[in-house]
Design a protein around this ligand. Structure first.
Ligand SMILES: [Fe+2]
Length: 785
């Protein structure tokens, strides 16, 4: 099992900037740090093997290891305030539990689970609603609704306690409409199986405590020495100390309220509808009435939670649960949360959400003034051993000096896509992994570690523990599949970072110098960054793009930029950065596309920018309009090869094939499935966005029947037409070249496995030749042939 993991505070740094590193030594073992430049990460014995260059740095030394934990699971914290330590109370909310059967979960709690003090509304071990009151001296009153809550059903729930009479009341009432449950049931009969009103008398008073008021969890430790401030917590003007949370809840909460007296049923209902509409007398009894839709603007990226009463007991969401979710009153008349915020008052909490591991800094690397731009890593080793258990790498990019270039060629590392795939658990969790790969998924030590450490968070290829999709990914946590030496479960292929090192290694072998930046840098700086370069390369799988990134590639091409789009399935999913924190991205997987989940009804729009999420295609930006090609097929067993097409022999194009015979088979070799056309393929399509003057240079063939057409283009599921490589003409990779205004151009081979063939035969092969011709041709001054 893995003994060391870590992450950094940034993915890319300029010379003289600092990169901070956070390290967990599982068993408190000491470890050595060595900064390295990553050259080649593929350990496949048929290739050149792992290559790195050690870099001198002050931080290269031995450190005392310490165990650092992640506290996953989203919740809301309302910081401790004496007004929350009420003796009589009513707790109420609409809830939509998604795993009522998973055991005890906090809903609304002023409760310390260690000292058993305070009060709170919970789901108990028997899936029933319950209220607890604790005197902090060992005595706990626990009243259960004795009726099980059902998954994916909205309820109005409440608990009241009158300290004078000792009366405790518990209400559990389903409120089901034809639309509000999304894909949950609406015909609830007999409803009394899950409806409950329970009354009891109790002399135990809740002990005032220092726990914050939590929603979707309860407190284990009042103050955990971890703080929020700045970034996506911009409303936290002063640092706010977090508790250690426990008993995290899965599901939605809408319109939670806390009052300082035992309210009647009609008062509860009136307050549920809206604090503003209540009588002055009732309002005076309310301590907090939190409306999650109160700060929906054109987006709901905010982590701020607003108390609409004059007490202003505002708070924050922790670990980024999903906002902009359909509420108890969603009618489906509007599909966009900011068109009708009052029907989107729900937040969906998950017990495996994470926004930031919040570890303490272990060491810092100051990037030297004069150092080549490239892909680097902090290499961590226990006892100097390079085994998977005792070694971890924390990769980062060193950029050229700010506003400058140190080469005419730029490689944009697709870090947005790395984040989308962060800690994907398809190999251990997906029922189709073996069928997709055509073989038993080969797991790495880190896959097994993640399987046991769900708090490390998931990828947008995962589902939360309650079955809903993971829409948010943060890089402020160890991302164990973004590592050199890592073999993705789609073995024998590599994926993302490690696959992109095939390209950087080849560039070094060919003595082609290059600068490196990340998607995030491009998103922040835009086309000005690209305009500084004669030629730009994108990686093996730049699948996830922000709107600003698309705009930058489009204008670069119009400005005369020359772009080599390597790989496949590029510019496919809409993925936006958190507006206040580019460490975090959001992807709402829509109604079609190659994906692990589908957003629930009415929840297609991004929280982070308010716009429609899912495939760029759905917003009129099919990838072929950006890069000439569009994703057409995928399959993960073996890769195939290309044959040249007539356009490749035209005088405008033949320079790309210099040194390659007219009938030569291209790329029937390589480290990724044995061919240059494999894993995921793009086609050119003059009916779907490909520029009309694009040249078709080569086309792949002879794909297996595991290579299947993408689902967004399949309207009827039929055999004999939409099948695999042997029968479906859409299963192919198209290699294209087109010219753009002002002497610009694009070359793209249309396959994800392309770069895995570059090193074959000591880097001397026709895939290598074609790419070298294209790059050197694009770097030349003057018009293209
Ligand atoms: Fe992908």
């Amino acid at each position: 099992m893995l003994r060391i993991t870590g992450y950094s505070d940034k993915y890319s740094a300029f010379p003289r900037e600092e990169v901070k590193f956070y390290v967990n030594s599982e068993k408190n073992e000491n470890y050595d740090v060595q900064i390295v430049r990553l050259i080649h990460g593929d350990t496949n014995p048929e290739g050149p093997g792992y290559k790195e260059e050690e870099i001198g740095a002050q931080c290269n030394k031995t450190y005392q290891g310490r165990n650092q934990r992640i506290h996953g699971g989203s919740y809301i914290v309302i910081p401790q305030d004496d007004r929350l330590n009420t003796t009589s109370f009513t707790l109420q909310a609409y809830i939509f539990p998604t795993t009522p059967e998973k055991g005890k979960q906090g809903i609304l709690t002023k409760w310390n689970e260690k000292t058993k003090s305070g009060y709170g509304l919970f789901i108990d071990e028997n899936s029933c609603l319950s209220v607890m009151i604790g005197d902090g001296a060992g005595q706990v009153m626990n009243l259960s609704s004795e009726k099980k809550l059902m998954a994916k059903v909205w309820y109005l729930v409440a608990a009241s306690y009158d300290a004078e009479t000792g009366k405790v009341k518990l209400y559990q009432e389903p409120c089901v409409t034809p639309t509000n449950g999304g894909l949950g049931m609406s015909l609830l009969h007999p409803a009394d199986e899950t409806t409950s009103f329970i009354e009891a008398t109790n002399n135990l008073k809740p002990r005032a405590n220092d726990a914050p008021f939590l929603m979707a969890a309860c407190t284990l430790v009042d103050r955990a020495k971890r703080y929020i401030q700045g970034g996506h917590y911009k409303e936290a003007i002063n640092p706010i100390e977090l508790p250690e949370q426990t008993l995290t809840y899965n599901g939605k909460i809408d319109r939670p309220r806390l009052s300082k007296k035992a309210l009647s049923k009609s008062e509860i209902e009136s307050l549920a509808r809206g604090y503003g509409g209540c009588t002055a007398e009732l309002r005076s009894e309310v301590i907090g009435a939190w409306d999650f839709h109160a700060n929906i603007t054109k987006n709901i990226a905010s982590t701020f939670i607003i108390d609409t009463t004059s007490n202003h007991l505002n708070g924050f969401v922790i670990n980024l649960p999903c906002r902009g979710m359909t509420g108890y009153n969603w009618t489906a008349d509007e599909m966009v949360y900011h068109h009708k915020p009052e029907e989107y008052g729900a937040i969906h909490f998950h017990d495996d959400d994470i926004d930031d591991a919040r570890w303490e800094v272990d060491f810092t690397f100051t990037v030297p003034d004069l150092i080549r731009s490239g892909v680097y890593a902090a290499r961590l080793r226990i006892n100097g051993e390079d085994s998977p258990e005792t070694e971890d790498f924390i990769p980062f990019v060193i950029k050229p000096p700010k506003g400058k270039t140190t080469s005419n060629l730029l490689f944009v590392l697709p870090t947005n896509s790395y984040m989308a795939y962060s800690n994907d658990n398809l190999g251990t969790n997906s029922v189709v992994a073996q069928l997709l790969a055509g073989k038993v998924p080969v797991l790495a030590a880190s896959d097994l570690y993640l399987n046991e450490h769900r708090e490390y968070g998931l990828s947008t290829y995962s589902k939360h523990s309650d079955g809903t999709g993971v829409a948010i990914s943060s890089r402020l946590r160890p991302i164990l599949n973004m590592r050199p030496k890592y073999r993705h479960w789609l073995s024998p292929s590599l994926w993302q970072l490690n696959a992109d090192l095939h390209l950087t290694d080849w560039l070094e072998e060919k003595n082609i110098d290059f600068d490196v930046v990340t998607d995030e840098d491009l998103h922040i700086e835009g086309v000005d960054l690209l305009n500084r370069y004669r030629c730009v390369l994108t990686g093996s799988h730049p699948e996830y793009s922000s709107e600003k990134m698309l705009a930058a590639y489009e204008s670069y091409q119009l400005n005369g930029g020359r772009w080599i789009y390597l790989g496949s399935d590029g510019f496919y999913w809409i993925s936006e950065y958190h507006p206040d924190n580019s460490n975090i991205i959001e992807v709402r997987k829509g109604e079609a596309g190659t994906r692990a989940w589908t957003a629930n009804p009415g929840e297609y729009n991004n929280a982070f920018d308010g716009k429609y999420g899912g495939m760029w295609r759905a917003r009129g930006r099919i990838p072929s309009k950006v890069c000439g090609l569009t994703f057409t097929a995928y399959g993960f067993d073996v890769s195939s090869y290309y044959r040249r097409e007539p356009d490749s022999k035209r005088p405008e194009c033949s320079w790309i094939f210099e040194g390659v015979g007219e009938d030569e088979i291209i790329g029937d070799f390589g480290l990724v499935g044995g061919g240059a056309a494999g894993l995921e393929l793009d086609r050119y399509d003059l009916d779907f966005g490909t520029p009309h003057n694009a040249y078709l240079l080569a086309r792949s063939e002879n794909h297996t029947n595991l290579m299947l057409q993408v689902n967004e283009e399949i309207h009827f599921s039929v055999r004999g037409f939409y099948g695999g490589g042997t029968e479906n003409p859409m299963v192919r990779a198209d290699m294209i070249y087109y010219k753009t205004p002002n002497d610009g151009a694009l070359f793209a081979p249309g396959s994800l496995s392309w770069c895995g063939s570059l090193s074959y035969n000591n880097y001397n092969n026709n895939v290598s030749k074609i790419l070298e011709n294209a790059i050197r041709g694009f770097l030349k001054e003057g018009p293209l042939p």
